[in-house]
Design a protein around this ligand. Structure first.
Ligand SMILES: NC(=O)c1ccc[n+]([C@@H]2O[C@H](COP(=O)([O-])OP(=O)(O)OC[C@H]3O[C@@H](n4cnc5c(N)ncnc54)[C@H](OP(=O)(O)O)[C@@H]3O)[C@@H](O)[C@H]2O)c1
Length: 260
């Protein structure tokens, strides 16, 4: 039975990933800020075939909280087979050169904090590739990691940083049997994303379906992704499907990215 850390576990995509993995008997270590929501999720997911799911709260924006998470994970003695890292969405304005303090906050919350959490998770991995036991890390990035989006100024930088970090880690950890791949998402219909479409529809005086159709008209598959589609791909990247794959940045964007 595998044990997997999932950060952002209570979010739209995180919850779908947790539901998918737990349905197959995987034991989960759940992380996000809100302890109550984490514990409720741990209780409502199908129980693992051995033991129980656990929840460790963490606020990626706080160095103290991230250090506390690492200490609690180590103290739990859990051995991880993999991790699904979802750095908090780097919310920002469209300013390509914001104040230093904005950069510091963004990097702490969406890069430095999550990277420290990942370091703690890697310390709990003991792969034995010669015996067929490989550990898999999936980092959820974003489609602007490979394509500049003019209205996502700072996000372009943070997401590209993750692709560079994942590639570097793939080289550093590959010999130990630890794989690191990045999944770059296009628009994905999490509850908050549906709400945002609903607001844009209301502002434009059109229905939700009309707005969705116009927003996805420039996507080859003419649709946004769903959290359960993301969960299916994450499950594959954690499975033997990726036993000879590392350092990849995989696009999950309906074909939106216009590059080879
Ligand atoms: N949905 C999309 O269209 C889309 C597109 C591209 C990329 N992505 C990426 O996919 C991932 C998940 O997206 P989603 O749609 O599932 O988002 P979501 O529904 O807003 O979920 C966000 C999750 O992250 C946790 N979180 C937020 N701030 C945190 C912090 N400071 N420290 C620790 N945990 C924090 C939230 O729980 P708490 O509030 O309790 O902490 C929640 O579990 C993100 O990395 C996002 O950038 C999403």
């Amino acid at each position: 039975m595998d044990t997997i850390l999932v950060t952002g576990a209570t979010g739209g995509i995180g919850r779908a990933v947790c539901e998918r993995l737990s349905a197959n008997g995987t034991r989960l270590v759940l992380a996000a800020r809100d302890r109550q929501r984490l514990e409720t999720l741990a209780l409502t997911l199908p129980a693992p075939s051995d033991g129980s799911h656990s929840a460790i709260p963490v606020d990626m924006a706080s160095e103290t909280s991230v250090a506390d998470f690492g200490a609690r994970l180590a103290a739990s003695g859990v051995m991880l087979d993999g991790a699904v890292l979802m750095p908090p969405q780097p919310h920002s304005d469209n300013d390509p050169m914001p104040d230093p303090e904005i950069w510091r906050t963004l990097f702490q919350t969406s890069f430095i904090g999550p990277l420290s959490v990942l370091k703690s998770a890697i310390a709990q991995m003991e792969p034995t590739p010669e015996a067929g036991r490989r550990c898999k890390i999936v980092i959820i990035s974003g489609m602007s990691s490979v394509q500049v989006l003019s209205h996502y100024a700072t996000s372009n930088v943070i997401r590209t940083a993750w692709v560079g970090e994942a590639k570097t880690l793939a080289f550093a950890l590959g010999g130990r049997g630890i794989h690191v791949n990045t999944l770059s998402l296009g628009g994905t219909l999490s509850p908050w994303y549906r709400d945002a479409i609903g607001k844009r529809a209301a502002n434009a005086g059109v229905s939700f379906e009309e707005r969705l159709a116009s927003e996805t008209d420039n996507i080859p598959l003419k649709k946004y992704g769903t959290p359960s589609e993301v969960a299916t791909v994450v499950e594959g990247l954690l499975s033997p499907l990726s036993d000879h794959m590392t350092g990849l940045n995989i696009l999950h964007d309906g074909g939106f990215t216009r590059a080879y």
